[in-house]
Design a protein around this ligand. Structure first.
Ligand SMILES: NC(=O)c1ccc[n+]([C@@H]2O[C@H](COP(=O)([O-])OP(=O)(O)OC[C@H]3O[C@@H](n4cnc5c(N)ncnc54)[C@H](O)[C@@H]3O)[C@@H](O)[C@H]2O)c1
Length: 316
């Protein structure tokens, strides 16, 4: 039985990946320190299914400080743990970002550098591009982060790739473009919109709502990880996106329709660090990993809306 280490296993992407690996017959050791970036109760809920599975074990430790010799030998590492979020990464909070995103990554690489890994997959981010030079943005564009968070994710990615070049570690970086679907983090736009609609509260829209994002449904992000394990090019860097490009206001209209509620919109200035647009060039993803999305934004949002209803209750 193959054995995977999933860091950030209680989070949005890590927990969904954990469930998928367990369903595929993979043994999973999950690592998470349940940071308070959002309510840890939600993270525990994400792991309810996995916790009952005999092939799952949870190690509640902080990768930035714990003795990592306690981590098991594994076939593959999926490094999803990080302090997420662009807006909170300014000021004093930056130290939290360097600890969870840079130091933790370096320590994990040191731990597994001399082991016989089939793959070390790093969860990178479209935020390394910032306001990109060109759209759709290909992996060869010079990264120019627009937020302190983006800088730490890029630093983590550089660390991963340099361990690959120096020591031959089989590393891969997946640059996710805004992932959505059930279990999405509560600070992310679609989750905030669902919660406000269900509670009959106004939705805060930053800027004029015309910002557009390349949205990636969670199943696609998970599938990309599984395929990267077996098929990625050595030291390959991949955009994980190209699913659906929509403006924020268009997504709100889809959710209004789905939840049967009229949104009240409250506009606030676009915060520093938020790019106007993201759009992935997914050619390399398709060529090497053979994967293209099969889920429309309407269906993906419907799944997230139903999940939000199960979490918050509310109008029907
Ligand atoms: N969700 C997205 O749209 C998106 C987009 C681009 C990149 N990413 C990246 O994907 C990964 C997962 O994101 P997510 O949205 O699931 O976030 P999340 O916050 O839901 O999950 C991250 C998990 O990592 C844990 N964690 C953080 N620091 C840790 C440490 N030092 N030791 C152990 N556990 C730690 C947290 O407690 C959390 O449960 C992150 O690396 C993030 O930067 C996410």
């Amino acid at each position: 039985m193959a054995h995977a280490l999933v860091t950030g296993a209680a989070g949005f992407i890590g927990s969904t990946l954990t469930d998928r690996l367990l369903a595929d017959g993979v043994r999973v050791t999950g690592v998470d320190c349940f940071t308070d970036y959002y309510d840890p109760a939600l993270k525990r809920r994400n792991l309810e299914g996995a916790s009952r599975h005999p092939a799952f074990q949870l190690l509640p430790l902080d990768l930035a400080t714990a003795d990592l010799s306690a981590l098991p030998e594994v076939d593959v590492v999926f490094h999803q743990a990080a302090q997420p979020g662009v807006r909170a990464s300014w000021g004093r909070e930056f130290a939290t970002y360097t600890s969870h995103n840079v130091l933790a990554t370096q320590r994990l690489l040191e731990r597994y550098q001399k082991t016989a890994l089939e793959r070390f997959v790093y969860a990178s981010s479209s935020s390394i591009y910032g306001d990109a030079e060109s759209y759709p943005t290909s992996e060869s564009v010079l990264p120019r982060p627009f937020s302190p968070y983006g800088v730490t994710k890029l630093a983590g990615e550089h660390l991963v790739l340099l361990y690959g070049r120096n020591f031959g570690m089989p590393v891969t970086a997946l640059r996710y473009f805004t992932v959505y679907g059930p279990r999405q983090r509560p600070d992310m736009a679609f989750h905030r919109f669902c919660r406000a609609l269900l509670a009959g509260e106004p939705i805060t829209v930053y800027g004029d709502g015309k910002q557009s994002r390349d949205f990636t449904v969670i199943a696609d992000a998970v599938e990309a990880n599984v395929r990267a394990w077996k098929r990625a090019a050595p030291q390959g860097v991949y955009n994980i996106g190209g699913g659906s490009q929509v403006e924020v206001v268009e997504a709100i209209a889809l959710l209004e329709e789905r939840l049967g509620v009229k949104a009240q919109l409250k506009f606030e200035p676009r915060p520093p660090g938020d790019p106007m647009r993201t759009r992935a060039d997914a050619a390399r993803l398709q060529a090497d990993l053979g994967y293209a999305t099969t889920v429309s934004i309407g269906d993906g949002l419907a799944a997230e809306a139903e999940w939000a209803r199960s979490l918050y209750g509310g109008v029907r």
